[in-house]
Design a protein around this ligand. Structure first.
Ligand code: ATP
Length: 336
C-alpha cells in the first residue's frame, strides 16, 4: 500500500541564509502536489531535501512511519525508493530508450527487466522508439523515457523539478497529460516543482505556495484559487489587479469595503456591465485567443479584465464595469 511522504518543520541553511524555513508538507498517495513559487523561492532545495540529496537542519521527513531525514540522519537518496525527474531528462546517452528504462531494474533479472521496460514504454506511448538512442528521439519522447525510467522500479514517491518546462509549448501539454496520468495510476505521492501557475492549476490536485523559503498556503487547487489566504498567494496564482478602498468608485465592488483594505481581483472577475455606475476607460484591448485582455483605467486605478473576443469593447471607449465578489479578495492594505 502507498504511504504519505511527510515533511514536518524542515529547514535548510546555506551559511547564514535560511532558504527553507520550517516547512511542513504532506504529499498524499495518488495526488500530484505542485510546489509553486518564483525564482529563488527554495523549491528545488525543498525537493532535494525530500530526495535525500541534502540533509535537513531542523525537522524531519518520513515515508509513512519510516524516518528518512532528521538533523542526525539522512537516508541516502539511492536507498529512499524515490523517483526523480529533472528538466534536462538526464538519460544515459549510450543506452537505448529500453535500456535506459531497464537500467534500474537489474535486480529482477535481464528478461523480466526487459519485459517491464517494454511495458512502461508502451504505457507512455513509446513502443516504436524502444531501440532508439536519446539523440535519435525528440525532447518530448526523451522526457517520457525519463518518466518511464523513474516509474518502472515502482518507487514509493516521485519528485519532479520543472520536468516539462524544457519542452516545446506545442508538445508540453500532451507529454504532461500522459506523464501525470501514469503517475496518478501508480497511486504514489508526487511533487511537481513549477514556477508556472497555469501548469500548477491545470495539473495538480493540491498546490503548495512557497515564497522566500516559507510555505504561504497549501490545499486543493480550486480551494486556494478561490480562497487565497493573502494577497501574495492570490498574486502567485495568476495576474491580479490591486485596488485601494480609498479610491474605489461608487458601485464597482458591489459590497461593503472597509477603509484600509486592498481589493485583489482576478481578470475574469472584472465584468463588463453597462448598468454599472462605475465607469472605466479602455486603454488597450489585446487579443489573447478566444478572450481579449482589456487594460482599463477606473478612478485613476489600473485594472485588467478578460472578456470574450466577440463582445470586447474597443480601445478609447468608456464602459461600465463591476467586480465579481467571488473573484475579489479583501486584505488589509499592509498584507502584500
Ligand atoms: N548549494 C547552495 N549554496 C548556497 N546557496 C544556495 C545553494 N542552493 C541554492 N541556494 C540559494 O537558495 C535559494 C533557493 O534556491 P532554489 O534553487 O531552491 O530556488 P528555486 O525556487 O528552485 O529557484 P528557481 O526557480 O530559480 O530554480 C536561492 O537564493 C539560491 O541562491
Amino acid at each position: 500500500m502507498s504511504e504519505t511522504l511527510t515533511a514536518t518543520g524542515i529547514s535548510r541553511r546555506y551559511g547564514t541564509s535560511t532558504v527553507v524555513k520550517d516547512v511542513s508538507l504532506t504529499l498524499q498517495p495518488g495526488h500530484i502536489t505542485a510546489l509553486l513559487g518564483g525564482s529563488g523561492a527554495g523549491k528545488s532545495t525543498l525537493l532535494r531535501l525530500f530526495a535525500g540529496l541534502e540533509p535537513v537542519d531542523t525537522g524531519e521527513i518520513r515515508l509513512g512511519d519510516q524516518l528518512l531525514s532528521s538533523p542526525d540522519k539522512t537516508v541516502p537518496a539511492e536507498k529512499r525508493r524515490i523517483g526523480l525527474i529533472f528538466q534536462d531528462f538526464a538519460l544515459f546517452p549510450h543506452l537505448t530508450a529500453a535500456q535506459n528504462v531497464a537500467f534500474g531494474l537489474k535486480s529482477m533479472g535481464k528478461e523480466a527487466a526487459r519485459a517491464l521496460a517494454a511495458e512502461w514504454l508502451e504505457r507512455l506511448g513509446l513502443t516504436g522508439r524502444a531501440e532508439a538512442y536519446p539523440h535519435e528521439i525528440s525532447g518530448g519522447e526523451q522526457q517520457r523515457v525519463a518518466i518511464a525510467r523513474a516509474l518502472a522500479p515502482s518507487p514509493a514517491a516521485i519528485l519532479m523539478d520543472e520536468p516539462f518546462s524544457g519542452l516545446d509549448p506545442a508538445l508540453r501539454g500532451s507529454v504532461r497529460d500522459t506523464a501525470l496520468a501514469a503517475i496518478r495510476e501508480a497511486g504514489i505521492p508526487a511533487l511537481l516543482v513549477t514556477h508556472d501557475p497555469t501548469e500548477a492549476l491545470e495539473s495538480a490536485d493540491c498546490i503548495a505556495i512557497l515564497q522566500g523559503g516559507t510555505l504561504l498556503q497549501q490545499g486543493e487547487a480550486a480551494e486556494i484559487y478561490m480562497n487565497p489566504a493573502s494577497a501574495a498567494v492570490a498574486a502567485s496564482l495568476g495576474p491580479v489587479s490591486r485596488l485601494k478602498a480609498e479610491h474605489l468608485p461608487e458601485g464597482l465592488a458591489g459590497q461593503a469595503v472597509p477603509a484600509g483594505t486592498e481589493l485583489i481581483v482576478r481578470p475574469e472577475g472584472v465584468l463588463h456591465d453597462e448598468n454599472s455606475p462605475a465607469r472605466a476607460k479602455v486603454l488597450a484591448s489585446q487579443l489573447t485567443g478566444p478572450l481579449c485582455r482589456l487594460l482599463l483605467q477606473c478612478n485613476g486605478q489600473a485594472l485588467t479584465a478578460l472578456v470574450p473576443r466577440t463582445t470586447a469593447p474597443k480601445a478609447g471607449t468608456e464602459i461600465g464595469i463591476r467586480l465579481d465578489p467571488a473573484l475579489t479578495f479583501m486584505f488589509q492594505s499592509a498584507d502584500t
